[in-house]
Ligand binder design. Sequence first.
Ligand code: ATP
Ligand code: LTN
Length: 339
Amino acid sequence: MTEVPAKKKTIFSGIQPSGILTLGNYIGALRNWVSLQDSGEYDCIYCVVDLHALTVRQDPAALRRRCAETLALFIACGLDPEKNVMYCQSHVPAHSELSWLLGCFTYMGELQRMTQFKDKSQKHADNINAGLLTYPVLMAADILLYQSDLVPIGADQKQHLELARDIAIRMNNLYGGLFTVPDGYFGKAGTRVMSLVDPTRKMSKSDEPNSYIAILDKPEEIRRKFRRAVTDSDGEIRVDRENKPGVTNLLDILSAVTGEGAQQIADRLAGKGYGALKDEVAEAVIAELAPVQARYSEILADKAYLEGVMQSGAERASRIAAKTMRKVHKKLGLAPYKL
Ligand code: ATP
Ligand code: LTN
């Protein structure tokens, strides 16, 4: 008897094309996505979530460009479009459609207490649009559409994933067996890369350029940004997250890139000045990013290839999504139709 291979678990994750991807995105997300792909244990779906990016004002030309660039960067970081489904969210209309349906099963109170909604409402006080409030519903749609088992995310997205689970459980109770209830998948602890300007905040692509290292920054720029990174005035290289967030962040970055323990690096560099640490981090990051940058230029130059990847990714995603949508239509009682 031939054995039927067990169905692999489905992984889904997304990144907003809201800016140039940073070293934080690379260490905290992309690099982990590549290891998940390489493990061969999962069916992975990686999405450029352009609809989410529209919750804050975007320049249309820049947004259009960044979608393709973000996909090119996925590939440059080592994600293989043959092994994973990779595409742009807006190319699969089922995301928006399911988002509407899930919204009818989500309570205002649940959305209003989301930390990200409160933060972003403060940050964009002149544009507190409904999309900012319903952002987590669209994210739940992304995840539930593919019956995802695992969702690799940073700690900041935990609350949103909890909500996706609550919506799935609520609808499963009402209609029976609609959605897989997803679990979060958190990479190694301590891989939160902090801002170079304010090391108590996370490095973020929508912050000012000096606060982040972009994956595509030139070596000279990387050296300059690390050289001016905020540290402290006691001059001692040691791991101390509370009192020395700047120095600890540099040690963590170096550790994440080289694999040497942060404590070990601190011991090795003890007695040296911050300049030595900054130079070492800069050179290690430059070496880590060099091959990614080289591949990126090649991929971006081949427009036809990139368009093909986008197109076939969207087609593969649409086929999986259509299965869930048929089930949802049927169970919710929407009138049957044939296309
Ligand atoms: P924005 O600044 O637009 O809010 P962002 O830079 O915070 O964006 P996202 O697109 O929200 O990035 O996140 C994409 C993925 O990268 C998420 O899984 C997130 O956890 C991870 N990530 C983002 N910034 C960091 C960071 N500084 N350290 C570790 N992981 C990060
Ligand atoms: N909200 C996430 C991006 C995101 C996402 C998703 C992540 C949108 N949809 C689905 C995982 C699964 C963020 O800001 N990092």
